[in-house]
Design a protein around this ligand. Sequence first.
Ligand code: AKG
Length: 422
Amino acid sequence: STNGDRSDYRAFETHQASRPQASNPYAPVQDFLSNISNFKIIESTLREGEQFANAFFDTETKIKIAKALDDFGVDYIELTSPAASEQSRLDCEAICKLGLKAKILTHVRCNMQDAKLAVATGVDGVDVVIGTSSHLMEHSHGKDMTYIKNTAIEVIEYVKSQGKEIRFSSEDSFRSDLVDLLTIYSAVDKVGVHRVGIADTVGCATPRQVYDLVRTLRGVVSCDIETHFHNDTGCAIANAYCALEAGATHIDTSVIGIGERNGITPLGGLMARMIVADRDYVKSKYKLEKIKEIEDLVAEAVEINVPFNNPITGFCAFTHKAGIHAKAILNNPSTYEIITPSDFGMSRYVHFASRLTGWNAIKSRAEQLGLNMTEAQIKSVTLKIKALADVRPLAIDDADSIIRNFHFNLSADKERPLLELS
Ligand code: AKG
């Protein structure tokens, strides 16, 4: 009966809901301060990225990059200081006039002159920064914490009075004195700064240190917390993730991670990390399928190749080679893929032209080539491919030729008796 069918269906639904795979087994351990599912990106390719050794962005390129990032869905675009050069100032004004959805920021030193120049460009907000570690206080700007605090307050009050967003950041936060840091952050929070920033300027921080500092700061200030991680020791993505777990609200990124020295948290790499934690949030906010186009645009502008091991877009990011992997992937991609390539407009590739291949990969390739063979035949052509691959590297065409020849000979064998009869 219809009723019976419906209740069977309901029973099935309940069963499905209680299956372990119905929930995300990779979902992070959540707590109420975590912002894994609610973060903003401050995209700094046009500021930090301009500090990359190879970078020279003319106005047209900057505009192309800004539009592409805006279309992707980043929340903020950070631009080089207008105090850097006259062209930087003009470019900043030009980008402000584009009417993008993303808020436009510029990044300046913590002094009134820079702050006035920044406000005059028409930006939505100003990111000010000053070194607070003894290394920088002594060898860079030569100012002490009292000067820093007084100037920061003056700058913040001025930028706010102009109706702009203002962020105060301590450069080299992880080598700064904790008491100094908490004192200055709490002072700027009291005068209504919109965000405070933590910067791992030299890339020395570990995820655990990041978690501790952000969590401590979260208990001291009520404003938003932005974080900026250099990648000198390879922790930039992990540190960004830990910062969000600890309660940071904003992450600085650049395309392919370009920046000073070996750069900062890459936009694509951060997306890879975050989609595993909260796919719905990431997919609803960002046009992930645009990431390859944006990376290619920036790679071309700074004359580099996208690295082979780049998350998502590295040429082999979704290539499966070993026989065991290929077999399982062909059965169900979740076996060896934590990220679904199609979420980023990418496709997977099962590598079959090597000595590590297995008959499942060859079967799938034969099917792609439209060649019908029995399991025994596939196994025997697999042995031929492996034998040649033991001698030299194989191109796809080599392996395809072996498969096609093998198949051709099978048909020839079948037809021979008929030919002999006629
Ligand atoms: C750095 O400290 O590496 C910066 O690029 C500045 C970061 C910031 O303004 O928070």
